[in-house]
Design a protein around this ligand. Structure first.
Ligand SMILES: Cc1ncc(COP(=O)(O)O)c(C=O)c1O
Length: 474
């Protein structure tokens, strides 16, 4: 593309200087450059400016080469994110003036607490704006070690911690670091959309372990035991869970640990990013704190959810040095260390007190109030099935009772995707189809929105569902 662009630039200079031939001598470019103003320098450094028109004709360019547009099998095996697709659709509607209530995104509606933001601002003012060590500042890694010891009962030294640009990066690096081609990654469903795709990116095979709403979407240890093979390399656990809000009780984790312990090749990635967003009496247990699990567990956490810091891009992994160093090697050849400014803010976040102190507990209180409202409100819908979430800020609700309906001016509702499209169309509420999370019976509602917006959304959803099946009392 760079070579093409310079060719094109010289064509324009030629045109401007009247020294060039016919328009067919022009190389063509992609359509979004159809008409634009360009500035560029000639050999003597003189600046030319001109308004030019381009024609999109890349494949049949007159310079006589065809571009191979094929993509790697690796990227072809990855599915595009449905959450992104529906969010984009909702955003387009909102931009067109449609009053869409957006309950699809997975990010808190709160601002980053001021004490954290101020530390970031201070870092900029004080010139703390250079590269940090690849693994993160010692200050932040020490604070993370302190947090993991005090809150989670797990001991790490700073060289067993790698700070990344978000937990998402921590997870993909871990999967890439430990999985060989053909290895199996065990993933309980419903799952966070990225886990299976990350396994595919590592040339590993995702093995989905279904759970049921009647069991609060918790993994049955017997099912796990039956699915482990010599190829099983990684079990990914997420508690509190996105998308279900389920929290694994300690006893169940102990049963899982007993099974895992029998398989020397099997590691566990414990995604604990929603750890602080938990509703008592539920409590959080870190998998690495269980007997004999430290050596084989990679603990992932981050700042996005609990501290409302999604845009700061800060997460981390902690585990045995051997694995963490391998993750660090990947990071050193891709992004390098996380933002220096965000790392200063991260230290401030961890300094706010146990489990994030008052600022976090105020947010959690609001999430709980919203959860209670939604569970009660949707609980009134006949045929809908709900497992009350114990953490995170999602409700994963089974509306499959409405599948098979024929919606007026819309068509058949035959699964979670058409139901979500219908609700976006008729109720103007954006939700995510459960199919994206490996369970087509449900849809995910994010309650990271104000109570008043949720109340309006619930009313609209109910009205749209009534229209689907008038005989049913909703
Ligand atoms: C379960 C889970 N893990 C990890 C992440 C990634 O978080 P981040 O990269 O923002 O730290 C998310 C974000 O949606 C998530 O829901």
């Amino acid at each position: 593309m760079a070579a093409s662009l310079s060719l094109h630039a010289s064509s324009i200079i030629g045109l401007q200087n009247n020294s060039f031939g016919t328009p067919s001598d022009l190389l063509s470019f992609s359509s979004h450059f159809q008409s634009s103003s360009l500035k560029f320098a000639d050999m003597k450094g003189q600046l030319y400016s001109t308004k030019v028109s381009f024609v999109a004709r890349a494949e049949s360019s007159s310079v006589g080469f065809d571009i191979d547009t094929s993509l790697s099998p690796r990227v072809n095996s990855v599915k595009p994110s449905k959450t992104v697709a529906i969010t984009d659709q909702a955003t387009a509607l909102a931009q067109a003036g449609v009053p869409v209530i957006r309950l699809a995104a997975g990010e808190p509606d709160f601002d980053t607490p001021a004490v954290i933001a101020e530390e970031g601002i201070k870092a900029i003012r004080e010139g703390f704006t250079r590269y940090t060590p690849n693994a993160g500042t010692l200050e932040l890694r020490s604070a993370i070690c302190h947090k993991l010891k005090e809150e989670n009962g797990i001991s790490y030294t700073p060289d067993q911690v790698l700070v990344s640009n978000g937990a998402k990066q921590s997870i993909i690096q871990a999967v890439l670091a430990v999985c060989s081609p053909g290895d199996e990654v065990l993933i309980p469903a419903p799952f966070w959309v990225s886990y299976p795709e990350m396994a595919r990116l590592a040339d590993a095979t995702p093995v989905i372990l279904p759970t049921s709403i009647s069991e609060n979407f918790l993994l049955d240890p017997k099912l796990l035991a039956s699915q482990i093979t010599e190829k099983s390399r990684l079990l990914i656990l997420c508690s509190p869970s996105n998308p279900t809000g389920s929290v694994y009780p300690k006893k169940l984790l102990e049963e899982i640990a007993e099974i895992v312990a029998k398989h020397p090749r099997l590691l566990v990635l414990s995604d604990e990013i929603y750890e602080h967003i938990i509703y008592s009496p539920a409590t959080h247990t870190s998998f690495a704190s269980l007997p004999d699990m430290w050596d084989r567990t990679l603990t992932v956490n981050g700042f996005s959810k609990a501290f409302a810091m999604t845009g700061w891009r800060l997460g981390y992994i902690a585990g045995p040095k051997h694995f963490v160093a391998a993750c660090g090697k990947i990071q050193s050849q891709s992004t390098s260390g996380a933002s220096s400014i965000s790392q200063k803010a991260g230290v401030a976040a961890l300094g706010m007190g146990y489990a994030g102190g008052d600022a976090v507990s105020t947010m959690v209180k609001a999430f709980r109030e919203r959860r209670d409202y939604l569970v009660k409100s949707f609980g009134e819908i006949e045929g809908a099935k709900i497992s009350e979430p114990q953490g995170a800020f999602y409700l994963f609700i089974d509306f499959s009772t409405f599948y098979g309906a024929e919606a007026k001016d819309f068509g058949p509702i035959d699964g979670s995707e058409s139901l979500c499209r219908y609700l976006l169309d008729k109720a103007q509420v954006a939700l995510v189809p459960g199919e994206a999370f490996g369970d087509d019976t449900c849809i995910r509602i994010s309650y990271a929105e104000s109570l008043s917006a949720l109340q309006a959304a619930a009313e609209r959803i109910k009205a749209a569902l009534v229209a689907l099946r008038p005989a049913v009392c909703v």
